[in-house]
Design a protein around this ligand. Structure first.
Ligand code: AR6
Length: 201
């Protein structure tokens, strides 16, 4: 289960939703979207998303925490992957993590919205290619890689929303998408943007 400070944006009743297709879609999608503040390595989901670098051989920030928590098996598997292009994503097992898998994505250095969008889209594609149903994103590129927090959050949430709208059958199979924030600044931004991009009706 996803612990504390969980927020879900669903409201209303299903019978009301069925009368209004937009409401129905929003309600259905919103029930799957969560905001959680804390350490992503604690989340028991099918996959957590790592903000990696092109080598996939580890680093600082969330990448360092994930490798520390997963243990040496993760680095060993990463070494077999031949790196990862910026904007792409590759999956490994979760090893000692409570999450079953890690989806390693490589965010852009600096504000490059197309590449950041691609990270979120590719992570969702990789999740579904592996028949997985729950995912937690960290705030890719907003640490060492210097992407401005608010603009990155807008890209993150909008890309997930558009992917769900455009890939309905896969989106329906997903149970949970968690936006895992670590910093107060990101918590404030996501609390403001989530209800805007996943509106209540
Ligand atoms: N759980 C969740 N989020 C975290 C955690 C954690 N345990 N630790 C940090 N964050 P960053 P980037 C947040 O710098 O900007 C690495 O060295 C952090 O507060 O980890 O994509 C890689 O190897 C921030 O909001 O990733 C690359 O070389 C977010 O995670 C480079 O950094 C991302 O910050 C990637 O830089």
């Amino acid at each position: 289960d996803i612990p504390t400070v969980q927020e879900n944006y669903a409201t209303g009743t299903l019978s009301a939703a069925f009368k209004n297709p937009t409401f129905a879609r929003n309600l259905f999608w919103n029930q799957k979207i969560h905001l959680w503040k804390g350490d992503i390595t604690e989340l028991e989901v099918d996959a957590i998303v790592n903000a990696a670098n092109e080598s996939l051989l580890g680093g600082g920030g969330v990448d360092g925490s994930i490798h520390r928590a997963a243990g040496k098996g993760l680095l060993k598997e990463c070494k077999t992957l031949g790196g990862c292009d910026t904007g792409d994503a590759k999956i490994t097992k979760g090893y000692l993590l409570p999450a079953k898998h890690v989806i390693h994505t490589v965010g852009p250095i600096g504000e490059k919205p197309k590449l950041l969008e691609s990270c979120y889209r590719r992570s969702l594609e990789v999740l579904r290619e592996n028949n997985l149903e729950s995912l937690a994103f960290c705030c890719v590129s907003t640490g060492v890689y210097g992407y401005p927090n608010e603009n990155a959050a807008r890209v993150a949430i909008t890309t997930v929303r558009e992917w769900m709208d455009n890939n309905r059958s896969d989106a329906e199979k997903i149970q949970h998408i968690v936006f895992c924030v670590f910093l107060d600044v990101d918590e404030r931004i996501y609390k403001r943007l989530l209800p805007e991009i996943f509106p209540k009706a």
